[in-house]
Design a protein around this ligand. Structure first.
Ligand SMILES: [Zn+2]
Length: 346
């Protein structure tokens, strides 16, 4: 017996599957390449001068900085995702202009917080904040290159202004760039104009310096509010949190402690938050990388985690959102965007 309700339900399911397939195609655009290639590129504006924020930075050295502030609890933004727009992006469409080559998955998650990728694969991302540092960033780059692994760097605007060669080294080595504000304030204590300046001027400077306009943003201290999210959405930036925090910035941090924490907490889809401004982090890296490789982990980038999870979600949605076999062995759909509270650490 077929009720009108069940007919409608059938139509709705059919429509959802169609949208999901479109999304899957959109998420697999050809620019979905490794490391820096996955980022939107643009021609540097050769003569544009670097602009300084009008709210000057405190003169404290960056070595004293640390993400010590606990992010306030806030509602998730997953329900605000503009997925319909992403689903209509034709796959393989050539970029209309330099610098606007965004994948559907990145665009769909702009303004959202990402703390980890899918746990269904043994992939992990190392991320480095607060640089570029004049001497330590090149050391981190060398270690990563020797190990042959990708990573993400979240650059601070005033550090890029001071050390443009180190910023270029990171970019030219193929690592994935994100921005981390101009001078590392708690953005939730700034007005909208200042938040915009902190984000946009750093994006502009990184683009002028490296030729790459990042699509990833890490808020200093993990502090995010609705204003930060709105501006990140406008600027096509995904807000990158983390799922493993070895507290490499804390006093008393040592290479061995950092290594043990990361290796001990390692999980599929993990995003590890570290700092390329810290000496103990450099001590920790070679052993940490060796241990993770020995445990079967593959290193990747945040944009790759996002692309892969989007494809996985689309495949799940295309199957009706239910695993056919059912039963207790069926994997659960796992949210890509989770709150800081759920991510532990902070
Ligand atoms: Zn930081």
């Amino acid at each position: 017996m077929k009720s009108p309700l069940s007919k409608w339900l059938g139509l709705v399911l059919l429509l959802a599957a169609g949208i999901a397939v479109g999304y899957l195609l959109g998420a697999r655009t050809p620019d979905n390449a490794f490391a820096g290639d996955a980022l939107a590129r643009a021609e540097p504006a050769a003569s544009a001068p670097a602009t300084l924020p009008t709210d000057p930075a405190p003169s404290a050295s960056l070595s004293d900085r640390a993400p010590v502030e606990v992010a306030a609890a806030e509602p998730l933004s997953g329900d605000e995702t503009p997925t319909a727009e992403a689903a209509t992006s034709p796959a393989g469409e050539p970029a209309a202009a330099p610098g606007v080559e965004l994948s559907a998955a990145i665009k769909a998650h702009a303004g959202e917080k990402i703390s980890r990728g899918s746990s269904s694969t043994r992939k992990i991302v190392l991320t480095f904040d607060d640089g570029p540092h004049p001497s330590r960033t090149p050391q981190v780059v060398r270690i990563l290159k020797e190990a042959g692994i990708p990573a993400n760097f979240f650059l601070v605007g005033e550090m890029v202004e001071s050390y443009p060669e180190q910023a270029k080294l990171v970019a030219d080595s193929g690592f994935e760039l994100g921005t981390h504000s101009w001078d590392h304030p708690n953005l939730t204590r700034k007005n909208e104009a200042e938040v915009r300046r902190q984000i946009v001027e750093t994006q502009d400077l990184v683009e002028r310096t490296t030729g790459i306009r990042p699509v990833l943003f890490r808020p200093p201290g993990g502090n995010v509010d609705q204003t930060v999210r709105d501006i990140c959405r406008e600027e096509n930036l995904v807000i990158c949190m983390w799922s493993i925090d070895p507290r490499d910035w804390a006093s008393g941090a040592t290479g061995e402690k950092i290594r043990q924490k990361v290796v001990g907490d390692a999980h599929g889809g993990a995003i590890v938050c570290m700092h390329d401004t810290k000496a103990p982090t450099i001590d920790a890296l070679p052993g940490m990388i060796a241990d993770l490789k020995a445990a079967g982990y593959e290193f990747t980038t945040i944009t790759q985690l996002i692309e892969e999870k989007a494809a996985e979600d689309a495949a799940l949605a295309a199957s009706g959102g239910v695993i056919p076999s059912g039963g207790d062995a069926a994997p659960q759909a796992e949210p890509l965007v989770i709150s800081l509270e759920e991510s532990g650490s902070y």
